[in-house]
Design a protein around this ligand. Structure first.
Ligand SMILES: Cc1cc2nc3c(=O)[nH]c(=O)nc-3n(C[C@H](O)[C@H](O)[C@H](O)COP(=O)(O)OP(=O)(O)OC[C@H]3O[C@@H](n4cnc5c(N)ncnc54)[C@H](O)[C@@H]3O)c2cc1C
Length: 549
Protein backbone atom coordinates (compact mmCIF):
# COMPACT_ATOMS: atom_id res chain seq x y z
CA UNK A 1 0.00 0.00 0.00
CA UNK A 2 1.46 3.33 -1.10
CA UNK A 3 0.58 6.53 0.77
CA UNK A 4 -2.11 8.56 -0.96
CA UNK A 5 -0.88 11.84 0.58
CA UNK A 6 2.86 11.38 0.90
CA UNK A 7 5.90 9.39 -0.09
CA UNK A 8 6.39 5.63 -0.10
CA UNK A 9 4.82 2.73 1.75
CA UNK A 10 2.06 3.41 4.26
CA UNK A 11 3.90 1.58 7.04
CA UNK A 12 7.27 3.23 6.51
CA UNK A 13 8.44 6.58 7.85
CA UNK A 14 11.74 8.39 8.27
CA UNK A 15 13.83 7.02 11.12
CA UNK A 16 15.43 9.78 13.21
CA UNK A 17 17.08 7.10 15.36
CA UNK A 18 15.64 8.46 18.59
CA UNK A 19 16.95 12.00 17.99
CA UNK A 20 13.52 13.39 17.13
CA UNK A 21 13.58 16.21 19.69
CA UNK A 22 17.07 17.35 18.64
CA UNK A 23 16.05 17.28 14.98
CA UNK A 24 12.84 19.27 15.40
CA UNK A 25 14.46 21.91 17.54
CA UNK A 26 17.24 22.20 14.94
CA UNK A 27 14.60 22.74 12.20
CA UNK A 28 12.67 25.26 14.31
CA UNK A 29 15.88 27.15 15.08
CA UNK A 30 16.92 27.20 11.42
CA UNK A 31 13.57 28.81 10.57
CA UNK A 32 13.87 31.28 13.43
CA UNK A 33 10.90 29.75 15.30
CA UNK A 34 10.60 28.79 18.95
CA UNK A 35 8.48 25.77 18.14
CA UNK A 36 6.69 24.17 15.20
CA UNK A 37 2.90 23.89 14.86
CA UNK A 38 0.96 20.68 14.33
CA UNK A 39 -0.52 20.59 10.81
CA UNK A 40 -1.84 17.09 10.07
CA UNK A 41 -3.40 16.00 6.79
CA UNK A 42 -7.14 15.48 6.44
CA UNK A 43 -8.11 11.79 6.32
CA UNK A 44 -8.72 10.22 2.90
CA UNK A 45 -12.48 9.98 3.40
CA UNK A 46 -12.71 13.75 4.00
CA UNK A 47 -11.13 14.72 0.65
CA UNK A 48 -13.90 16.23 -1.52
CA UNK A 49 -13.96 15.31 -5.22
CA UNK A 50 -16.09 16.48 -8.14
CA UNK A 51 -18.91 14.11 -9.13
CA UNK A 52 -17.97 11.54 -11.79
CA UNK A 53 -18.78 13.31 -15.05
CA UNK A 54 -18.62 10.44 -17.53
CA UNK A 55 -21.78 8.51 -18.26
CA UNK A 56 -22.46 4.93 -17.22
CA UNK A 57 -22.42 4.00 -20.95
CA UNK A 58 -18.77 5.11 -21.20
CA UNK A 59 -17.84 3.15 -18.07
CA UNK A 60 -19.58 0.10 -19.56
CA UNK A 61 -17.64 0.50 -22.83
CA UNK A 62 -14.38 0.63 -20.85
CA UNK A 63 -15.38 -2.45 -18.84
CA UNK A 64 -16.08 -4.29 -22.07
CA UNK A 65 -12.67 -3.27 -23.44
CA UNK A 66 -10.74 -4.30 -20.29
CA UNK A 67 -12.70 -5.98 -17.53
CA UNK A 68 -14.72 -4.84 -14.54
CA UNK A 69 -11.83 -4.90 -12.03
CA UNK A 70 -9.58 -2.75 -14.15
CA UNK A 71 -12.00 0.18 -14.52
CA UNK A 72 -12.24 2.13 -11.25
CA UNK A 73 -14.35 5.06 -10.17
CA UNK A 74 -14.02 4.71 -6.40
CA UNK A 75 -12.91 7.55 -4.13
CA UNK A 76 -9.50 6.14 -3.20
CA UNK A 77 -8.42 5.44 -6.80
CA UNK A 78 -9.57 8.89 -7.90
CA UNK A 79 -7.74 10.68 -5.08
CA UNK A 80 -4.56 8.63 -5.53
CA UNK A 81 -4.46 9.45 -9.25
CA UNK A 82 -5.48 13.12 -9.00
CA UNK A 83 -1.96 14.57 -8.73
CA UNK A 84 1.71 13.55 -8.42
CA UNK A 85 4.14 13.89 -5.53
CA UNK A 86 5.39 17.48 -5.60
CA UNK A 87 5.12 19.82 -2.62
CA UNK A 88 2.40 21.70 -4.53
CA UNK A 89 0.52 18.40 -4.99
CA UNK A 90 0.82 17.32 -1.37
CA UNK A 91 -0.35 20.58 0.21
CA UNK A 92 -3.48 20.54 -1.94
CA UNK A 93 -4.12 16.87 -1.27
CA UNK A 94 -3.63 17.10 2.48
CA UNK A 95 -5.96 20.11 2.74
CA UNK A 96 -8.64 18.55 0.52
CA UNK A 97 -8.23 21.35 -2.03
CA UNK A 98 -7.92 19.36 -5.25
CA UNK A 99 -9.09 21.41 -8.21
CA UNK A 100 -10.01 18.26 -10.11
CA UNK A 101 -9.65 14.46 -10.21
CA UNK A 102 -9.96 11.71 -12.80
CA UNK A 103 -13.49 10.53 -13.43
CA UNK A 104 -12.26 7.04 -14.13
CA UNK A 105 -8.96 5.16 -13.70
CA UNK A 106 -8.15 2.22 -15.99
CA UNK A 107 -5.43 -0.43 -15.88
CA UNK A 108 -4.77 -1.88 -19.37
CA UNK A 109 -2.41 -4.87 -19.69
CA UNK A 110 -1.09 -4.52 -23.23
CA UNK A 111 -0.91 -2.36 -26.35
CA UNK A 112 -4.20 -3.64 -27.74
CA UNK A 113 -6.08 -2.69 -24.58
CA UNK A 114 -4.41 0.73 -24.57
CA UNK A 115 -5.53 1.27 -28.18
CA UNK A 116 -9.12 0.35 -27.28
CA UNK A 117 -9.10 2.78 -24.34
CA UNK A 118 -7.79 5.61 -26.53
CA UNK A 119 -10.49 4.91 -29.10
CA UNK A 120 -13.19 5.20 -26.44
CA UNK A 121 -11.58 8.35 -25.09
CA UNK A 122 -11.57 9.93 -28.56
CA UNK A 123 -15.19 9.00 -29.21
CA UNK A 124 -16.36 10.42 -25.89
CA UNK A 125 -13.91 13.33 -25.72
CA UNK A 126 -12.08 12.29 -22.57
CA UNK A 127 -8.68 13.73 -21.66
CA UNK A 128 -6.23 10.84 -21.12
CA UNK A 129 -3.51 11.13 -18.46
CA UNK A 130 -0.85 8.38 -18.64
CA UNK A 131 0.18 7.53 -15.06
CA UNK A 132 3.19 5.36 -14.18
CA UNK A 133 4.41 5.63 -10.60
CA UNK A 134 2.78 9.05 -10.25
CA UNK A 135 6.03 10.45 -8.82
CA UNK A 136 6.01 13.49 -11.11
CA UNK A 137 7.03 16.65 -9.27
CA UNK A 138 6.02 19.09 -12.01
CA UNK A 139 2.28 18.43 -12.34
CA UNK A 140 2.85 15.83 -15.09
CA UNK A 141 -0.04 13.59 -14.00
CA UNK A 142 -2.40 16.34 -12.85
CA UNK A 143 -5.93 15.20 -13.80
CA UNK A 144 -7.37 18.49 -15.03
CA UNK A 145 -10.39 18.57 -17.33
CA UNK A 146 -10.13 21.30 -19.97
CA UNK A 147 -13.47 23.03 -20.54
CA UNK A 148 -14.10 21.40 -23.93
CA UNK A 149 -13.70 17.83 -22.61
CA UNK A 150 -16.37 15.57 -21.13
CA UNK A 151 -14.13 14.11 -18.45
CA UNK A 152 -10.68 12.85 -17.45
CA UNK A 153 -9.49 9.26 -17.78
CA UNK A 154 -6.26 8.34 -16.03
CA UNK A 155 -4.51 5.40 -17.66
CA UNK A 156 -2.42 3.63 -15.02
CA UNK A 157 0.32 1.64 -16.78
CA UNK A 158 1.50 -0.48 -13.85
CA UNK A 159 -0.18 -3.70 -14.95
CA UNK A 160 2.04 -3.64 -18.04
CA UNK A 161 5.11 -4.88 -16.21
CA UNK A 162 6.63 -7.80 -18.12
CA UNK A 163 10.28 -8.20 -19.11
CA UNK A 164 9.69 -9.33 -22.69
CA UNK A 165 13.22 -10.23 -23.75
CA UNK A 166 16.89 -9.86 -22.78
CA UNK A 167 19.46 -9.87 -25.59
CA UNK A 168 22.79 -10.66 -23.89
CA UNK A 169 24.78 -10.29 -27.08
CA UNK A 170 23.53 -6.77 -27.82
CA UNK A 171 23.22 -5.86 -24.12
CA UNK A 172 19.59 -4.76 -24.43
CA UNK A 173 16.32 -5.66 -22.74
CA UNK A 174 12.79 -5.17 -24.03
CA UNK A 175 10.37 -4.36 -21.23
CA UNK A 176 6.78 -3.23 -20.78
CA UNK A 177 6.64 0.40 -19.69
CA UNK A 178 4.66 0.11 -16.45
CA UNK A 179 7.32 -1.86 -14.56
CA UNK A 180 8.56 -0.26 -11.32
CA UNK A 181 12.31 0.22 -10.75
CA UNK A 182 12.88 -2.51 -8.11
CA UNK A 183 11.00 -5.14 -10.13
CA UNK A 184 12.92 -4.28 -13.28
CA UNK A 185 16.29 -4.44 -11.52
CA UNK A 186 15.49 -7.63 -9.65
CA UNK A 187 14.46 -9.44 -12.85
CA UNK A 188 17.48 -8.18 -14.78
CA UNK A 189 19.97 -8.68 -11.96
CA UNK A 190 18.89 -12.30 -11.56
CA UNK A 191 20.22 -12.71 -15.14
CA UNK A 192 23.40 -10.71 -14.33
CA UNK A 193 22.37 -7.32 -15.80
CA UNK A 194 21.46 -3.85 -14.61
CA UNK A 195 20.06 -0.73 -16.27
CA UNK A 196 22.09 1.33 -13.80
CA UNK A 197 19.22 3.85 -13.53
CA UNK A 198 18.59 4.78 -9.90
CA UNK A 199 16.73 8.07 -9.50
CA UNK A 200 15.94 8.94 -5.88
CA UNK A 201 12.34 7.96 -6.74
CA UNK A 202 13.53 4.54 -8.02
CA UNK A 203 11.23 2.49 -5.78
CA UNK A 204 8.04 4.25 -6.91
CA UNK A 205 8.64 5.22 -10.54
CA UNK A 206 8.35 3.25 -13.78
CA UNK A 207 10.20 2.70 -17.02
CA UNK A 208 7.54 4.64 -18.98
CA UNK A 209 7.77 7.60 -16.59
CA UNK A 210 11.57 7.61 -16.86
CA UNK A 211 11.35 7.78 -20.65
CA UNK A 212 8.47 10.26 -20.78
CA UNK A 213 10.13 12.68 -18.33
CA UNK A 214 13.79 12.18 -19.45
CA UNK A 215 14.80 10.99 -16.03
CA UNK A 216 18.36 10.99 -14.64
CA UNK A 217 19.63 8.45 -12.13
CA UNK A 218 22.22 8.91 -9.40
CA UNK A 219 24.93 7.15 -11.47
CA UNK A 220 24.18 9.06 -14.69
CA UNK A 221 27.90 9.74 -15.31
CA UNK A 222 28.34 6.04 -16.11
CA UNK A 223 24.96 4.93 -17.44
CA UNK A 224 23.58 8.16 -18.92
CA UNK A 225 20.20 9.78 -18.43
CA UNK A 226 17.19 8.04 -19.91
CA UNK A 227 17.40 9.37 -23.46
CA UNK A 228 20.82 7.67 -23.65
CA UNK A 229 19.51 4.42 -22.16
CA UNK A 230 16.56 4.23 -24.57
CA UNK A 231 17.22 2.23 -27.76
CA UNK A 232 13.70 1.98 -29.20
CA UNK A 233 10.10 2.42 -28.11
CA UNK A 234 6.53 1.54 -29.01
CA UNK A 235 3.98 4.27 -28.39
CA UNK A 236 0.24 3.81 -28.85
CA UNK A 237 -1.18 7.13 -30.05
CA UNK A 238 -4.81 8.03 -30.80
CA UNK A 239 -4.12 7.54 -34.54
CA UNK A 240 -1.83 4.49 -34.54
CA UNK A 241 1.45 3.13 -33.19
CA UNK A 242 4.81 4.87 -33.35
CA UNK A 243 7.58 2.26 -33.42
CA UNK A 244 11.27 3.02 -33.61
CA UNK A 245 13.86 0.47 -34.72
CA UNK A 246 16.12 -1.42 -32.36
CA UNK A 247 19.39 -0.25 -33.91
CA UNK A 248 22.41 1.55 -32.41
CA UNK A 249 22.03 4.63 -34.60
CA UNK A 250 20.22 5.82 -37.69
CA UNK A 251 20.54 8.74 -40.11
CA UNK A 252 16.98 8.28 -41.34
CA UNK A 253 15.75 11.74 -40.43
CA UNK A 254 15.33 13.31 -36.99
CA UNK A 255 15.71 10.90 -34.09
CA UNK A 256 12.17 10.01 -32.97
CA UNK A 257 13.44 8.46 -29.74
CA UNK A 258 14.48 11.98 -28.75
CA UNK A 259 10.92 13.18 -29.33
CA UNK A 260 9.45 10.28 -27.35
CA UNK A 261 11.87 10.90 -24.47
CA UNK A 262 10.36 13.99 -22.88
CA UNK A 263 6.94 13.66 -24.53
CA UNK A 264 5.31 13.51 -21.06
CA UNK A 265 2.30 11.56 -22.26
CA UNK A 266 1.36 14.17 -24.87
CA UNK A 267 2.00 11.93 -27.92
CA UNK A 268 0.53 8.69 -26.64
CA UNK A 269 1.19 5.86 -24.22
CA UNK A 270 4.64 4.26 -24.26
CA UNK A 271 3.74 0.57 -23.96
CA UNK A 272 7.17 -1.02 -24.20
CA UNK A 273 10.75 -0.09 -24.89
CA UNK A 274 14.12 -1.62 -25.60
CA UNK A 275 16.79 -0.24 -23.30
CA UNK A 276 20.53 -0.69 -22.81
CA UNK A 277 21.69 -2.95 -20.00
CA UNK A 278 25.13 -3.60 -18.47
CA UNK A 279 26.70 -6.47 -16.55
CA UNK A 280 26.11 -5.93 -12.81
CA UNK A 281 29.25 -4.10 -11.59
CA UNK A 282 31.59 -6.31 -9.59
CA UNK A 283 33.07 -3.44 -7.64
CA UNK A 284 31.83 -0.14 -6.24
CA UNK A 285 33.67 2.57 -4.32
CA UNK A 286 32.26 5.93 -3.16
CA UNK A 287 34.78 8.31 -1.64
CA UNK A 288 34.12 11.49 0.35
CA UNK A 289 36.18 14.61 -0.41
CA UNK A 290 35.90 17.95 1.42
CA UNK A 291 36.63 21.16 -0.50
CA UNK A 292 37.18 24.62 1.02
CA UNK A 293 34.57 26.11 -1.34
CA UNK A 294 31.82 25.04 -3.76
CA UNK A 295 33.82 26.64 -6.61
CA UNK A 296 36.88 24.50 -5.84
CA UNK A 297 34.75 21.35 -5.84
CA UNK A 298 32.99 22.37 -9.08
CA UNK A 299 36.38 22.91 -10.72
CA UNK A 300 37.45 19.41 -9.65
CA UNK A 301 34.28 17.89 -11.15
CA UNK A 302 34.78 19.83 -14.38
CA UNK A 303 38.38 18.70 -14.70
CA UNK A 304 37.51 15.05 -13.94
CA UNK A 305 34.66 14.93 -16.45
CA UNK A 306 36.61 16.83 -19.10
CA UNK A 307 39.54 14.41 -18.67
CA UNK A 308 37.12 11.58 -19.55
CA UNK A 309 37.80 9.64 -16.32
CA UNK A 310 35.08 6.96 -16.13
CA UNK A 311 33.36 7.76 -12.83
CA UNK A 312 29.77 6.74 -12.02
CA UNK A 313 28.74 9.80 -10.00
CA UNK A 314 30.04 13.07 -8.63
CA UNK A 315 27.82 14.83 -6.15
CA UNK A 316 28.96 18.13 -4.69
CA UNK A 317 26.99 19.89 -1.94
CA UNK A 318 27.28 23.64 -1.42
CA UNK A 319 28.13 25.08 1.99
CA UNK A 320 24.49 25.18 3.17
CA UNK A 321 23.84 21.58 2.20
CA UNK A 322 27.18 20.40 3.61
CA UNK A 323 26.41 22.07 6.95
CA UNK A 324 22.85 20.73 6.96
CA UNK A 325 23.94 17.12 6.45
CA UNK A 326 26.84 17.34 8.86
CA UNK A 327 24.56 18.78 11.58
CA UNK A 328 21.97 16.14 10.71
CA UNK A 329 24.53 13.33 11.05
CA UNK A 330 25.74 14.57 14.42
CA UNK A 331 22.32 15.27 15.99
CA UNK A 332 22.13 14.11 19.59
CA UNK A 333 25.74 12.84 19.49
CA UNK A 334 28.41 14.19 21.83
CA UNK A 335 31.49 15.58 20.05
CA UNK A 336 34.33 13.19 20.95
CA UNK A 337 38.00 14.30 21.07
CA UNK A 338 38.67 13.14 17.48
CA UNK A 339 35.80 15.24 16.10
CA UNK A 340 36.85 18.24 18.17
CA UNK A 341 40.39 17.96 16.82
CA UNK A 342 39.11 17.63 13.24
CA UNK A 343 36.84 20.67 13.78
CA UNK A 344 39.79 22.75 15.04
CA UNK A 345 42.02 21.62 12.15
CA UNK A 346 39.33 22.50 9.58
CA UNK A 347 38.80 25.88 11.26
CA UNK A 348 42.51 26.70 11.26
CA UNK A 349 42.91 25.83 7.56
CA UNK A 350 39.86 27.79 6.43
CA UNK A 351 37.77 24.74 5.49
CA UNK A 352 34.99 25.66 7.91
CA UNK A 353 33.97 28.96 6.30
CA UNK A 354 32.15 27.51 3.28
CA UNK A 355 32.83 23.77 3.13
CA UNK A 356 31.66 21.74 0.16
CA UNK A 357 31.34 17.98 0.48
CA UNK A 358 31.70 15.79 -2.57
CA UNK A 359 30.90 12.13 -3.10
CA UNK A 360 32.93 10.55 -5.85
CA UNK A 361 31.58 7.18 -7.01
CA UNK A 362 33.11 4.58 -9.27
CA UNK A 363 31.68 1.20 -10.27
CA UNK A 364 32.55 -1.56 -12.72
CA UNK A 365 35.40 -4.06 -12.87
CA UNK A 366 37.75 -3.85 -9.83
CA UNK A 367 40.79 -2.73 -11.88
CA UNK A 368 38.78 -0.03 -13.67
CA UNK A 369 37.39 1.24 -10.34
CA UNK A 370 40.87 1.43 -8.78
CA UNK A 371 42.33 3.28 -11.75
CA UNK A 372 39.44 5.81 -11.99
CA UNK A 373 39.59 6.46 -8.25
CA UNK A 374 43.34 7.14 -8.37
CA UNK A 375 43.04 9.54 -11.32
CA UNK A 376 39.95 11.36 -10.03
CA UNK A 377 41.30 11.75 -6.49
CA UNK A 378 44.56 13.17 -7.86
CA UNK A 379 42.56 15.98 -9.52
CA UNK A 380 40.40 16.52 -6.42
CA UNK A 381 43.51 16.84 -4.24
CA UNK A 382 45.08 19.28 -6.69
CA UNK A 383 41.94 21.44 -6.22
CA UNK A 384 42.52 21.41 -2.42
CA UNK A 385 40.13 18.53 -1.70
CA UNK A 386 40.73 16.63 1.56
CA UNK A 387 40.00 12.90 1.13
CA UNK A 388 37.59 11.60 3.78
CA UNK A 389 37.65 7.91 2.82
CA UNK A 390 34.77 5.54 2.13
CA UNK A 391 32.54 6.07 5.19
CA UNK A 392 30.52 9.09 3.92
CA UNK A 393 29.89 7.26 0.63
CA UNK A 394 28.79 4.05 2.35
CA UNK A 395 26.38 6.00 4.57
CA UNK A 396 24.95 7.87 1.60
CA UNK A 397 24.55 4.65 -0.42
CA UNK A 398 22.69 2.88 2.42
CA UNK A 399 20.17 5.72 2.75
CA UNK A 400 20.03 6.92 -0.85
CA UNK A 401 16.27 6.41 -1.22
CA UNK A 402 15.30 7.45 2.34
CA UNK A 403 15.37 11.27 2.35
CA UNK A 404 11.96 11.74 0.63
CA UNK A 405 10.35 10.08 3.64
CA UNK A 406 11.34 13.10 5.74
CA UNK A 407 9.09 15.49 3.80
CA UNK A 408 5.83 14.12 5.27
CA UNK A 409 6.69 14.65 8.96
CA UNK A 410 7.97 18.13 8.00
CA UNK A 411 4.59 18.90 6.41
CA UNK A 412 2.92 17.64 9.60
CA UNK A 413 4.84 20.34 11.51
CA UNK A 414 4.10 23.35 9.33
CA UNK A 415 7.38 23.14 7.42
CA UNK A 416 7.46 23.33 3.62
CA UNK A 417 10.16 21.54 1.60
CA UNK A 418 10.45 21.69 -2.15
CA UNK A 419 13.13 21.04 -4.74
CA UNK A 420 13.88 22.29 -8.24
CA UNK A 421 16.66 21.70 -10.68
CA UNK A 422 18.31 23.14 -13.74
CA UNK A 423 21.48 22.83 -15.78
CA UNK A 424 23.92 25.23 -17.32
CA UNK A 425 27.40 25.42 -18.81
CA UNK A 426 30.44 25.44 -16.51
CA UNK A 427 31.14 29.12 -17.12
CA UNK A 428 27.73 30.01 -15.60
CA UNK A 429 27.48 27.49 -12.74
CA UNK A 430 28.50 30.04 -10.10
CA UNK A 431 26.11 32.69 -11.44
CA UNK A 432 23.09 30.35 -11.65
CA UNK A 433 23.80 28.96 -8.18
CA UNK A 434 23.95 32.48 -6.72
CA UNK A 435 20.98 33.92 -8.63
CA UNK A 436 18.55 31.07 -7.90
CA UNK A 437 19.58 30.89 -4.24
CA UNK A 438 19.21 34.66 -3.77
CA UNK A 439 15.88 34.79 -5.58
CA UNK A 440 14.50 32.02 -3.36
CA UNK A 441 15.75 33.64 -0.15
CA UNK A 442 14.26 37.00 -1.16
CA UNK A 443 10.95 35.41 -2.19
CA UNK A 444 10.76 33.51 1.10
CA UNK A 445 11.04 36.77 3.04
CA UNK A 446 8.11 38.17 1.01
CA UNK A 447 6.04 35.00 1.36
CA UNK A 448 5.69 33.74 4.88
CA UNK A 449 9.13 34.28 6.43
CA UNK A 450 12.78 33.37 6.14
CA UNK A 451 13.82 29.84 5.34
CA UNK A 452 16.95 28.24 3.97
CA UNK A 453 18.20 27.04 0.59
CA UNK A 454 20.76 24.38 -0.19
CA UNK A 455 22.05 23.03 -3.47
CA UNK A 456 24.19 20.38 -5.08
CA UNK A 457 25.64 19.34 -8.41
CA UNK A 458 24.70 15.73 -9.17
CA UNK A 459 24.96 15.27 -12.95
CA UNK A 460 27.95 16.51 -14.90
CA UNK A 461 29.09 16.72 -18.51
CA UNK A 462 32.19 18.00 -20.28
CA UNK A 463 30.43 21.31 -20.97
CA UNK A 464 28.31 21.82 -17.84
CA UNK A 465 26.35 20.38 -14.94
CA UNK A 466 23.00 20.25 -13.20
CA UNK A 467 22.19 22.27 -10.08
CA UNK A 468 19.59 20.84 -7.68
CA UNK A 469 18.08 23.15 -5.06
CA UNK A 470 16.22 22.18 -1.89
CA UNK A 471 14.39 24.96 -0.07
CA UNK A 472 12.85 24.79 3.36
CA UNK A 473 10.42 27.40 4.69
CA UNK A 474 7.64 27.97 7.21
CA UNK A 475 4.31 27.16 5.54
CA UNK A 476 2.00 30.16 5.23
CA UNK A 477 -1.02 28.07 6.12
CA UNK A 478 -3.78 30.48 5.09
CA UNK A 479 -2.32 30.98 1.60
CA UNK A 480 0.16 28.24 0.97
CA UNK A 481 -0.51 27.70 -2.74
CA UNK A 482 0.15 31.42 -3.37
CA UNK A 483 3.26 31.18 -1.21
CA UNK A 484 4.53 28.24 -3.27
CA UNK A 485 3.67 30.00 -6.55
CA UNK A 486 5.66 33.04 -5.39
CA UNK A 487 8.74 30.95 -4.60
CA UNK A 488 8.46 28.88 -7.79
CA UNK A 489 8.04 31.96 -9.97
CA UNK A 490 11.03 33.73 -8.40
CA UNK A 491 13.35 30.75 -8.91
CA UNK A 492 12.09 29.92 -12.41
CA UNK A 493 12.42 33.56 -13.54
CA UNK A 494 15.99 33.59 -12.21
CA UNK A 495 16.76 30.39 -14.13
CA UNK A 496 15.32 31.84 -17.36
CA UNK A 497 17.16 35.17 -16.85
CA UNK A 498 20.44 33.26 -16.65
CA UNK A 499 19.71 31.29 -19.83
CA UNK A 500 19.67 27.99 -17.90
CA UNK A 501 17.07 25.28 -18.53
CA UNK A 502 13.79 25.12 -16.62
CA UNK A 503 14.49 21.44 -15.94
CA UNK A 504 17.49 19.12 -16.07
CA UNK A 505 15.46 15.98 -15.27
CA UNK A 506 12.04 16.64 -13.73
CA UNK A 507 10.37 17.71 -16.97
CA UNK A 508 7.87 20.44 -17.84
CA UNK A 509 4.48 19.08 -16.70
CA UNK A 510 2.06 21.88 -15.91
CA UNK A 511 4.29 23.73 -13.44
CA UNK A 512 6.97 24.68 -15.98
CA UNK A 513 4.69 25.50 -18.93
CA UNK A 514 5.20 29.30 -18.58
CA UNK A 515 8.98 28.83 -18.99
CA UNK A 516 9.05 26.07 -21.65
CA UNK A 517 9.11 28.44 -24.64
CA UNK A 518 12.08 30.29 -23.08
CA UNK A 519 13.92 26.96 -23.24
CA UNK A 520 13.05 25.93 -26.79
CA UNK A 521 11.91 29.22 -28.46
CA UNK A 522 8.37 29.96 -29.67
CA UNK A 523 8.97 28.32 -33.04
CA UNK A 524 10.46 25.26 -31.34
CA UNK A 525 7.49 24.97 -29.04
CA UNK A 526 5.13 25.29 -32.07
CA UNK A 527 7.03 22.46 -33.80
CA UNK A 528 6.57 20.11 -30.83
CA UNK A 529 2.88 21.05 -30.72
CA UNK A 530 2.58 20.25 -34.42
CA UNK A 531 4.21 16.84 -33.91
CA UNK A 532 1.61 16.13 -31.27
CA UNK A 533 -1.17 17.33 -33.58
CA UNK A 534 0.06 14.83 -36.18
CA UNK A 535 -0.72 11.83 -33.97
CA UNK A 536 -3.40 13.29 -31.70
CA UNK A 537 -5.53 15.73 -33.73
CA UNK A 538 -8.16 16.06 -30.97
CA UNK A 539 -5.51 16.78 -28.34
CA UNK A 540 -6.78 14.15 -25.88
CA UNK A 541 -3.30 13.11 -24.66
CA UNK A 542 -2.37 14.76 -21.37
CA UNK A 543 -3.71 18.24 -22.24
CA UNK A 544 -2.11 21.12 -20.36
CA UNK A 545 1.29 19.40 -20.04
CA UNK A 546 4.24 20.89 -21.98
CA UNK A 547 1.88 23.57 -23.40
CA UNK A 548 -1.19 25.33 -22.08
CA UNK A 549 -4.45 23.97 -23.54
C1 LIG B 1 11.04 12.03 -3.96
C2 LIG B 1 11.26 12.14 -5.42
C3 LIG B 1 12.54 11.97 -5.92
C4 LIG B 1 12.76 12.08 -7.29
N1 LIG B 1 14.02 11.87 -7.77
C5 LIG B 1 14.26 11.91 -9.11
C6 LIG B 1 15.55 11.66 -9.63
O1 LIG B 1 16.50 11.37 -8.89
N2 LIG B 1 15.71 11.70 -10.97
C7 LIG B 1 14.67 11.96 -11.81
O2 LIG B 1 14.86 11.95 -13.02
N3 LIG B 1 13.44 12.25 -11.33
C8 LIG B 1 13.20 12.20 -10.02
N4 LIG B 1 11.93 12.45 -9.54
C9 LIG B 1 10.84 12.78 -10.47
C10 LIG B 1 10.08 11.53 -11.01
O3 LIG B 1 10.31 10.42 -10.18
C11 LIG B 1 10.54 11.23 -12.42
O4 LIG B 1 10.05 12.23 -13.28
C12 LIG B 1 10.10 9.88 -12.96
O5 LIG B 1 10.67 9.68 -14.22
C13 LIG B 1 8.60 9.73 -13.07
O6 LIG B 1 8.29 8.36 -13.27
P1 LIG B 1 6.82 7.83 -12.94
O7 LIG B 1 6.74 6.42 -13.38
O8 LIG B 1 6.49 8.09 -11.54
O9 LIG B 1 5.98 8.73 -13.92
P2 LIG B 1 4.66 9.56 -13.63
O10 LIG B 1 4.88 10.51 -12.53
O11 LIG B 1 3.53 8.64 -13.53
O12 LIG B 1 4.56 10.36 -15.01
C14 LIG B 1 5.51 11.32 -15.37
C15 LIG B 1 5.15 11.86 -16.76
O13 LIG B 1 5.31 10.83 -17.72
C16 LIG B 1 4.06 10.50 -18.33
N5 LIG B 1 4.06 9.04 -18.44
C17 LIG B 1 4.23 8.12 -17.46
N6 LIG B 1 4.22 6.88 -17.97
C18 LIG B 1 4.01 7.01 -19.30
C19 LIG B 1 3.88 6.11 -20.38
N7 LIG B 1 3.98 4.79 -20.22
N8 LIG B 1 3.67 6.60 -21.62
C20 LIG B 1 3.59 7.93 -21.83
N9 LIG B 1 3.70 8.84 -20.86
C21 LIG B 1 3.92 8.39 -19.61
C22 LIG B 1 2.99 11.07 -17.43
O14 LIG B 1 1.82 11.39 -18.13
C23 LIG B 1 3.70 12.29 -16.87
O15 LIG B 1 3.61 13.34 -17.78
C24 LIG B 1 11.68 12.37 -8.17
C25 LIG B 1 10.40 12.52 -7.65
C26 LIG B 1 10.18 12.41 -6.30
C27 LIG B 1 8.80 12.58 -5.77
Amino acid sequence: MRKWNGWGWVDRGFDLHGHDDAFWSFVAQSLGRESLPSTPSLPLAAIPLPEVRVTEAVIEALRAALDVDRVCTDHEERVFHAVGKSYHDLIRLRAGKLADAPDVVVYPRDAEEVARVLEIAQTHRLAVVPFGGGSSVVGGVEATKPASFAGVLTLDTTQMDAVIDVDPESLTATVQAGIFGPELESRLQSAGYTVGHFPQSFEFSTLGGWIAARSSGQQSNKYGSFEKILVSARVVTPTGEIRTLTVPRSAAGPNLNELIAGSEGTLGVIVDATIRVHPVPRSRDIQGVLFPTFDAGATAIRRIVQAGIPVAMMRLSDADETRFYSTFASLGKAKGPARQLLGRALGATGYREAPAMMLLGMEGEPGEVRSSKRRALAIALAERGIPLGGLPGRKWYEGRFDMPYLRDPMLDRGVGVDTLETSTVWSKIGEVHREVRESLLTAMRHHGGAGFVMAHISHSYPHGASLYFTFVFPRQLDQEVDQWLGLKRAASDAIARCGATISHHHGVGTDHVPWYAADVSDAGSAMVRAARQGVDPLGIMNPGKLFSV
